[in-house]
Design a protein around this ligand. Sequence first.
Ligand code: SOE
Length: 409
Amino acid sequence: SAAEQSAGAAAGGPERARTARPALRVGMVGYAFMGAAHSQGWRTVGRVFDLPLTPVLAAICGRDATAVRAAADRHGWATAETDWRALIARDDIDLVDICTPGDSHAEIALAALAAGKHVLCEKPLANTVAEAEAMTRAAEAARERGRLAMVGFNYRRLPAMALARRMVTEGRIGTLRHVRVAYLQDWLVDPDFPLTWRLRKESAGSGALGDLGAHAVDLAQFLAGERLAGVSALTETFVRERPLPGGPTSGLSAVASGGTGPVTVDDAALFAGRFTSGALASFEATRYATGRRNALRIELNGERGSLAFDLERLNELEYHDGTEPGMYAGFRRILVTEPDHPYLHAWWPPGHGLGYEHTFVHQAHDLVHAIAEGREADPSFADGLQVQRVLAAVEESAAKNSVYTTVAV
Ligand code: SOE
């Protein structure tokens, strides 16, 4: 219990035990937005949760020696490398965490798995289905040697989403009929926003589709507990030419320099999908929803009830129990901050909510447990591959003006 934990800590119990646990030495490639988020996860997880292995922030890697050294100091990494191959060659690294743009995921993951490392790879798993297939084959071979490969769909680790999954499993909404997901951002509304890597097919694979739609698809499949068997889609690129970026980008912001270049990815994707059970889903992913900064909304409707979630109110989950008498029924708000809610026993007293960054702490928590307990990583590279297949089907369907396109499940 929480009380036992704090009593133990006061007596030096878990604190002593924690340091005596074997280390899991992490080497991370990339140090921008996701690098900072993953650093936060690795740095914090062992201080909050009582883990079977102790994550050690052993090395961070990036091409710019000065910038990566500064990132190491800021985020608490012991050493810095400028070549990911050198990082992977080190025998004091157990796990490689890939936080680079999609065009290098496959190469780094394949090399890390071949070198006997565990791997955590940011979403989307790769830029193409072929790359994701090769990564999944390598992950399956590595699994036989006791190495795990996980894809970073962090929103599964929101306590409200983990609770929603539990409620679906418990039958609280009954047979699923609909899933409705919208992942809305607005950082591209300005046509003068520069042409950063996220807007180029060769670096990002796709646009809003792979960046936001991948989360939407993974979350929908995770909550439903089943896969999409086909989609019908529309995509659009609203601004086709943008200023070239000058200097470093930070987070989602960047500075323009002279000249312009073509946008080679989608700005928005809209698609309908059918689950293997026949339940229907709708998806919207856009970077042009003015005023919606990072709004991920998802609703599930089942024969017995419904669940609804909004990332802008991430400590809340709405639940309608359709079996209650109509007179008194209606959506009610579950405040997901109780110690019995997923992940929350280790955090604050009830009502003292969590935020975006905690998803990365929980992701690290789940991966450490899977490694220590010899379980399959969840979501695995095979799950990441299946999302990639859905993204490819969306592109194929959109190219054929929304012709229904099946997905291999
Ligand atoms: C940018 O759209 C982005 O940082 C995504 O790449 C992340 O996956 C998402 O969590 C937040 O928005």
